[in-house]
Design a binder for this molecule. Structure first.
Ligand code: C5P
Length: 223
């Protein structure tokens, strides 16, 4: 598909810090509109997992770039397969979130994932969630949303998610981990997490998921 054609396909870019609820909101918005969905964080988590499996440190960019370039990944509904193996639950573990944010600081790793992310832009539209969807990957997105919630609210949500998946979790450790991850994501020199000009700001601390979804749909209709 040519880029000229692709630019006619609407994109809703939803960026925000870890556990802000953007994944859930983005998926539901995509469902309601019949759009495709890109979970860009999953790609960084997959690089984190694939490098872990090969015993490669998250500090060595030169070793991580080929892994990012050659990721053999398959998205099937809400399941994610790496080398044919279902790793959907494994990549959600906190340790993979941490590794993801460590590999994500390397410009070469980010660059290696650009085309793969842009390929998700297919008719009739795309909802993409991450940190740099509006600022780097889909700069011409029709609707840009910066979604936040307090660190405490996010830690509590992440806690409930992990427990529901049968993992053990400690809320104080989670809060500390996500503050560390926020700091690393916001302070890195390459594609740091920040709201772009023209983004709609949505603080979901005291909102239900349904309210957040409806707000994004309303903005998209008006944009
Ligand atoms: O969104 P999620 O928590 O799955 O992302 C995991 C990590 O991947 C983030 O902490 C961030 O460092 C990185 N990431 C990124 N750019 C994106 C999506 C995720 O740097 N677009």
């Amino acid at each position: 598909m040519s880029s000229a054609n692709q630019s006619n396909i609407p994109v809703i870019a939803i960026d925000g810090p870890t556990a802000s609820g953007k994944g859930t909101v983005a998926q539901l918005v995509a469902q309601r509109l019949g759009y495709h969905y890109l979970d860009s964080g999953a790609l960084y988590r997959l690089v984190g997992l694939a490098s872990f499996q090969r015993g490669i440190s998250t500090a060595v960019e030169a070793d991580l770039i080929p892994i990012a370039q050659n990721l053999n990944v398959n998205f099937q509904g809400d399941r994610i397969f790496l080398e044919g193996q279902d790793v959907s639950d494994q990549i959600r573990q906190e340790v993979m979130g941490q590794r993801a944010s460590e590999v994500a600081v390397h410009p070469g790793v980010r660059q290696a994932l650009v085309a793969r992310q842009q390929a998700f832009r297919q008719s009739p539209g795309l909802v993409a969630d991450g940190r740099d969807m509006a600022s780097v990957i889909f700069t011409d997105a029709q609707t840009k949303v910066f979604l936040t919630a307090t660190a405490e609210a996010r830690a509590e949500r992440r806690y409930k998610q992990l427990i529901a998946k049968g993992f053990s979790a400690n809320i104080d450790v989670l809060l500390q981990d996500l503050r560390e991850r926020d700091a690393r994501d916001a302070n890195r020199s390459n594609s740091p997490l920040k709201a772009v000009e023209g983004a709609h700001h949505l603080d979901t601390t005291s909102m239900t998921i349904e309210e957040a979804v409806n707000q994004v749909l309303k903005w998209h209709q008006a944009d």
